[in-house]
Design a protein around this ligand. Sequence first.
Ligand code: SF4
Ligand code: SF4
Length: 135
Amino acid sequence: MKRECGRCSLCCKVMGVPEVKQDFAWCPHCAPGHGCKIYPDRPERCKDFHCQWLIDPRFGDHWYPAKSKIIVDHKVDGEKAFVTFVVDHDYPGRWREEPYFSDIKAIAGAGILGALGIKWTTVVRVRDVQIVIGR
Ligand code: SF4
Ligand code: SF4
C-alpha cells in the first residue's frame, strides 16, 4: 500500500529549504499537522523531497517520522552515497532508543560492507552534531 505523509510535517521542521527556512526550525508556511499553507506554490525542493520511509517499504511502520521523530534521507554526492538520520532536535536522543538504534547499526553495517552492491556512509545528524556510525 502506498504510504502517505498524513499528519506528519517533520521535514518542514528539520530539513533545510534555503528558499524559505533554515534546517532545524519550523517553516513559517507550515501549519503543523495540517500541512503546507502555500502548497501549490511551495519550492521545487519541497516538491521533490520524499523521505525514505515514504518511498522504501524496507523501513517499517515504526520509522514513520511523526512517530520516530527521525527522518531518513538518502543522498548521492558524486561517487559517494549517504544515508542520514536527521533527528528532531526536540527528541535528540531518540536515535539511541530501540528499535531505532539497532536498525541504524544494521544499516551502517550494510553500507560499510556494500551488502546491496553499493557502499554508503551512515550519519546521524542533530542540529550541528553529525555522527558517522560504524559497525
Ligand atoms: S518527513 Fe516524510 S512522511 Fe513526514 S511529511 Fe516529510 S516526506 Fe512526508
Ligand atoms: S514551503 Fe511548505 S512544504 Fe516547504 S518546508 Fe515550508 S511548509 Fe514545508
